[in-house]
Design a protein around this ligand. Sequence first.
Ligand code: ATP
Ligand code: MG
Length: 562
Amino acid sequence: MNDKETKRETKNFIEQAIEADLRDGRFQDVNTRFPPEPNGYLHIGHAKSICLNFGLAKSHAGKCNLRFDDTNPVKEDNEYVEAIKEDIKWLGFDWDSLHYASDYFDQLYLWAEKLIESGDAYVCDLSAEEMREYRGTLTEPGRNSPYRDRKPEENLELFQRMKAGDFPDGAKSLRAKIEMTSPNINMRDPVMYRILRANHHRTGDTWCIYPTYDWTHGQSDSIENISFSICTLEFENHRPLYNWFCQKLGIHHPRQIEFAKLKLSSLLVGKRFMLRLVKEGHVNGWDDPRMPTLSGYRRRGYTPESIRNFCTDVGVAKFNSTIDIIRLENSVREHLNKIAPRRMVVLDPVKLTITNWPEGKVDHTDAINNPEQPEDGRRSVPFSGTLLIERDDFKEEAPRKFFRLKKGGSVRLRAGYIIDCHDVIKDADGNITEILCTYDPETRSGSDTSGRKVKGTIHWVSKEHAEEIEVRLYDRLFTTENPGASEEGKSYLDCLNPESLTTVTGYAEPEIRNHDVGQQIQYERIGYFVVDQDTTAEQMVMNRIVPLRDTWGKMEAKGKTN
Ligand code: ATP
Ligand code: MG
């Protein structure tokens, strides 16, 4: 991988902590894991965690596992497991081994018995609501459960009966016996197991008790010999509990380190939000090109490199902040500028006739595929007497600084000739239907002998050679910077951008047909586009990835959003 990651020099706080531990001999290896819950598709925030975990292992010659944190059977599904694997591979990473927390259910059960025997866990009969009441608040200590002093033998028997299905859902739970007056609420006798009759996507109906996240995560890390368990800030207050379980069990004890979640302006990445957008049909599925999911970005035409580079650029932080979405968009622009072949495509055409062009003649002009990559070679573009140009590249009367085409003015056609406009034809409503020009035969690109200079260059296609393609102009899904924090009584659904998708017909030079699904292309002077999977033998479909320049920033400056 020729990424920024390999070039970066300063160490972030996680790397510094790791290196200190390696120096002190607390750990010999840097083993990490990426632990998604299979309850939705991966999003751009996950990409950051993936880059971090896989990146740290790689740079220290350690291992990084993929572990599905599947302790919540109600929301999880195998569809998500498969999608997550595909997305990680697409992003350019491969796990050392694949695990499921559910593989450890037997071991976790045995460890729970061990804590019961040592007097560190007990079966509690409080209902969920009572438990909440006993737990206290941030300012008030909790109270001991009346079941807290059950003897280990009784607890063991009750726990075995919980597993055997003797009690209804929610009737009992297994709790760690820690400290109901702890200032950290997570330490107030947290639940380890709940009774839940739910079919699990891997263990089926084997279990009617399920371990909680807290009781599962650290022990799973320990079993896999993870040294650094990297997670996001909301787990900082769970760290004492993570440590308590490992210490009580006397097992390998990984170090949990937290960093701030990635948050991007104008996006909503929580699976909860995304699931609703998908379920209610506000978008066309998890891989809709407007979604902040990795599968959405893939279909939108983002490259894995551009996402990895973005993750490196934003770095890791200890405090929450919002990153401007423009940085992600610029990252994809930067990469595509290097790799995307250039093609001419007209999205809003007006006819241009060259009145001195020899009838029926077709010239094959020569254009460079990518000025950033001369080795990508050249292509020929058919040029004829009837062309299409962008409507807004022409003005009948234009200000002095309008360097495109105007009546009485001249412009260069990219990889073509200089043309001079002498007239226009209009319909009854005064709309221009045809632009009349002459061409200057001396000015053919590549063999211009005229010495003429013009200020502007515009793109064009030959009308009879143009390939009509369906172009999906994707734009931001939300119109506000922070769709998650809407005003009272409004939800993020009220900020959906009604113009997040507009479909137009594009007229492309014939070369466009030679590109496969997933190929990114720069439409000259317009933006980056990708061939969509909906393309058929008859109809090519392309998605806009990003315009060449940021248009939102400009609109905001003019106060037009909102
Ligand atoms: P969400 O509900 O947004 O999908 P999550 O934290 O519930 O987030 P998990 O599947 O549990 O999602 O996360 C897997 C890993 O990815 C965890 O280590 C989690 O901390 C990390 N992660 C999730 N969201 C982000 C984010 N926005 N930025 C960085 N890491 C994240
Ligand atoms: Mg979650």
